[in-house]
Design a protein around this ligand. Structure first.
Ligand code: NAD
Ligand code: UDP
Length: 311
């Protein structure tokens, strides 16, 4: 494999830090860029002494000039709690961030991969979701800053590709979990694990009948690296684990694996919370020869081990 100079925006976040680990291990020159909104230096502390790792404190809403071969554009808060904290900033991060990174990619002729999301499908009326589905997104709701921001980021990727021949890649990431999610992240897997380990009530929103499909972090990173290495394939491509679970099932499984005394309590369902979500991953199988290897129980065990150490 050829050694590359790689920029990872959002590299100090949960997924970004795992990607940096892999890219550094492969011997690439890695530039990790982050403004530490939801990420943390702790996630990449162990890489600081590596000669092929560099850290840049920067906000991608502002342009930046660097010489790189590849860009993974991950910068954006991913948890509803955090992306709704300052929704205008979330839109700016997705939209102006994508424009800035695409401008950079165009100038230095870098390949760029955009971290898009299953949220572009909104509350999907097609199940499971294929890449051809256009989605069912509320343009004016509380989740719109994230959903529509990511949709515009996809639009920009495709327009820079058609108009400027920028070498773009788009992956649509479905719910992914694992070690280094922040204790206060607010997404369901980390919330339930933290609550279970503290024997606090497990907060299921709604009746817990809504479904999600949970992908372990190592499988996701493997998919990204395959996508970045693939010629003549722009995407968008779904990456996620096609096994579907209700949120109530997830709560029960986490209670079982942690041997917790926690009880389940039911809270109000947030606005526009998607009812069901499961990726159709035929395209990823065909184009990337990719499918997830880590099952939910196994992935939860590793994640729980991590959270036991940090709380
Ligand atoms: P995360 O919140 O842990 O990581 C996001 C990182 O981006 C953080 O380090 C944060 O500080 C940084 N960031 C935010 N705004 C920034 C800005 N303006 N400038 C520079 N850095 C900024 O979340 P994650 O789960 O690691 O998500 C990474 C990417 O993957 C995001 O783009 C997210 O939308 C996407 N994604 C994740 C999931 C998932 O389930 N984990 C699902 C779909 C999409
Ligand atoms: N959820 C929950 N309790 C929590 C956090 C989330 O029941 O403490 C639910 C949430 O309402 C949603 C699902 O879990 O139905 C996944 O939520 P998350 O925020 O992890 O991701 P997203 O909704 O973006 O898929």
């Amino acid at each position: 494999m050829m050694i590359q100079s790689v920029l990872v925006t959002g590299g100090a976040g949960f997924l970004g830090s795992h990607l940096c680990d892999e890219l550094v291990a492969q011997g690439n020159d890695v530039l990790c860029l982050d403004n530490y909104f939801t990420g943390s230096k702790r996630n990449i502390w162990h890489l600081m002494d590596c000669k092929n790792f560099e850290l840049i404190r920067h906000d991608i809403v502002q342009p930046i000039f660097l010489e790189v071969d590849q860009i993974y554009n991950l910068a954006c808060p991913a948890s509803p709690v955090h992306y709704q904290y300052n929704p205008v900033k979330t839109v700016k991060t997705s939209v102006m961030g994508a424009i800035n990174m695409l401008g950079l990619a165009k100038r230095v002729k870098a390949r760029i991969m955009q971290a898009s999301t299953s949220e572009v499908y909104g509350n999907p009326l097609e199940h499971p979701q294929k890449e051809t589905y256009w989605g069912n997104v509320n343009p004016i709701g509380l989740r719109s800053c994230y959903d529509e921001g990511k949709r515009v980021a996809e639009t920009l990727m495709m327009d820079y590709y058609r108009q400027n021949k920028v070498d773009v890649k788009v992956v649509r990431i479905f719910n992914t979990y694992g070690p280094r999610m922040a204790v206060s992240d607010g997404r369901v897997v980390s919330n339930f694990i933290v609550q279970a380990l503290r024997n606090d009530p497990i907060t299921v929103f709604g009746d817990g009948g809504q479904t999600r499909s949970f992908c372990y972090v190592s499988d996701m990173i493997d998919g990204w690296i395959r996508m970045m290495g693939r010629e003549n394939f722009v995407g968008p491509v779904n990456l996620g684990n096609p096994k579907e679970f209700s949120i109530k099932m997830l709560a029960e499984l986490i209670i079982e694996v942690t041997e917790s005394k926690s009880e389940i309590v039911y809270k109000q369902l947030p606005e526009d919370d998607p009812v069901q979500r499961r990726p159709d991953i035929s395209l990823a199988k065909e184009k990337l020869n990719w499918e997830p290897k880590v099952g939910l129980k196994q992935g939860l065990e590793k994640t729980i081990e991590y959270f036991r150490q940090v709380i």
